[in-house]
Structure formats: C-alpha cells, structure tokens
Design a protein. Structure first.
Length: 241
C-alpha cells in the first residue's frame, strides 16, 4: 500500500480523496491550515491518518509542513490539492506553496497537481507577477501550476508528475449547483497516486476524468517553464534540483 500526502484535505476534494484512499488501505497524511481545521478530520485520524498543520500563506509554515512530512517518512505520492479561488494569496497558495513543498520534501514516486480547466484562460506570461502589474487571477495560477507539473516531469524523469482537472464539482469552492460529478472529481487523483494501471504510470500528462487532454500550449513551452521556475526560485529561495 502507498503512503500519500494530500494538501488541503480538511474539506472538499482533498477530504474525499483522503477518505477513499484510507478505505482502500493506503497510509494517508492529511493536511489542514490550523489545528482547528485539522479537528474537522478527526474521523480520518481515527482511521489511521497522520495529521499535518500549517498555513500555505506563510513561507515559514510551508517549510515547516515539508519538515513535518519528511519526519513522517518518504511519501510514495503527493497530491497538491490545496487552492484558493479569490483573494490576494492566489499565487502564494496555488503556485508558490506546491513549488516550495516539491523542492523541500523528499522526492516521492508520484506527484499530482490539482489544476483546473480554467487554466486555459490564463495569461501565457509572467507579466502579472511584476511590481505594479495586474493581479494574478485564478486562471493564471492554474496555468502556472500546470506548467510546473510539466516542468517537474521534464526535470525529474524518475518521478511521475501529472496535472489533473477535477471538473466543476459541487464542493464548497465549486458551489452546490456545480454540474460535474463529485466522485469523478477525485477519482483521477487517487488513480494517479496509487494505481498500477499502465496509463497511471506515465508522466507529464494533463488529465480530466482519467483521460489525457491537451493543456494550454504554454504548458509545454520550455522557455515559459524555465521563466516560471526562475521566478519561483527567487520568491522562495529554493531551486528544484
């Protein structure tokens, strides 16, 4: 059975993913931004999950999260699920945090970055990250994250790195009226994290409901990837090795 760490697993898709993987017999490490939020998954802790606490808004807490996970042990898979839809912390939570965790944690066998179909509406450039520039949108952040997943697949050939569009599903973020299937919204992450299906043992993909799709063209652009990695190294003080 696999040991799997899931960020943002106190509710929504992260919680559903954790619960299913625990039910399947995997060792799961759940994450919440505070002790109060972690208490909301006491049922998962009672079923054997380990709990990690830290706010992805703060660089020092991201570093502490990586340290906590490394002390638990090397993960077989990491699902970067945490994300925010609005507010000033979109880039920090949706992009910088998964990058820094990727850089600091012991390399797992598999990395899954939860993206969005909205990444196709993102701006294929880093102008939004400059001083005085327009604000980074959710779509921008998911484009950056999807490019990060592709860059990791290129730079770390021994790690299976993929991005997933979970669909517009009825979670707290998606809203009760979201039209997509909630079960399908977390099935692909679980499959990529733990399945021995030959298709799941591939890297560099952008997946929607267990089917590969074509992402925004910038995702495969190595120049764009490298510019993003350089910016993230500057922001975090860590470079992928």
């Amino acid at each position: 059975m696999a040991r799997i760490f899931i960020t943002g697993s106190a509710d929504g898709l992260g919680r559903h993913t954790a619960a299913t993987l625990i039910e399947e017999g995997h060792d799961v490490v759940v994450h919440a931004r505070s002790a109060e939020r972690l208490a909301s998954v006491q049922d998962l802790l009672d079923r054997g999950a380990d709990g990690i606490v830290g706010d992805l808004v703060a660089m020092d807490q991201i570093r502490d999260i990586a340290g906590q996970v490394n002390r638990v042990g090397q993960m077989d898979a990491v699902i970067h699920n945490a994300g925010v839809l609005h507010g000033p912390d979109i880039f920090q939570v949706n992009v910088a945090a998964p990058y820094l965790l990727t850089a600091l944690m012991q390399q797992p066998r598999r990395l899954i970055y939860v993206s969005s179909g909205m990444h196709r509406g993102g701006h294929a450039g880093l102008a939004a990250l400059g001083t005085g520039a327009r604000k980074v949108t959710y779509s921008d952040s998911k484009l950056y994250l999807t490019a990060l997943a592709a860059a990791v697949a290129r730079l770390w050939p021994d790690v299976l790195s993929n991005a997933v569009d979970p669909g517009w599903v009825p979670t707290r973020m998606g809203g009760a009226g979201a039209p997509d299937d909630l079960r399908l919204g977390h099935l692909t992450q679980e499959w990529l994290a733990a399945s021995d299906d030959p298709e799941a043992l591939t890297s560099g993909g952008y997946w929607y409901h267990q089917h590969r799709e074509k992402p925004h063209p910038a995702v495969r652009d190595e120049r764009f990837q490298n510019e993003l990695l350089d910016h993230l190294a500057g922001v975090t003080g860590e470079r992928l090795r």
